[in-house]
Ligand binder design. Sequence first.
Ligand code: GAR
Length: 194
Amino acid sequence: MKQIAIFASGSGSNFQALVDSVQNGSLQASVKLLVCDQPNAFVMERAKAAGIPIFAFRAKDYKGKEEFEKEIIVELQRREVDFIVLAGYMRLIGPTLLRQFPKRIINIHPSLLPAFPGKDAIGQALEGGVKYTGVTIHFVDEGMDTGPIIEQEVVRISSGETRGSLQDKIQHIEHELYPRTLNHLFLTNGYLMQ
Ligand code: GAR
């Protein structure tokens, strides 16, 4: 059974979906740790409620990314974590973590990459006037939302779509797609990982 750490910065609805899926057996994994870079984020309440240990930090308390990533690695190794799952972690992963977890860091992004990488992908799609956007799950590399794609799902943008309604549609898909895709990845021991 794979041991995972989830990294998040915000409300943590994806974190919750993953934890729920582990609890109901549809995601065969064990959540060993939440790593959170925003000490007031609601995801911390979710982790506490689920009894999942938390490593919280503030980037500004460190000299640089390498310093806090080294501390994160100590926490991950102590808990024998196999995979890092990013769920709304709004920070670029640095070379220190990437070297330690090659092809073992996965991200979810609210667009059909390579369209609309980076911040506010939902706003970018609305602004761009596209008819379709979606969700992408991919391996993390050194770029911004550039790593090999594992799975995608399309979302249609209706006329009169608002930011809120589009976000709801995308998150609804994310909450089902992320656990299902991770479960498949873990069971097949990482198809696409060579
Ligand atoms: C999710 O929609 C996720 O796809 C997005 O942040 C949201 C977090 O929501 N991630 C990115 O934009 C990464 N570039 P949540 O905190 O409710 O899970």
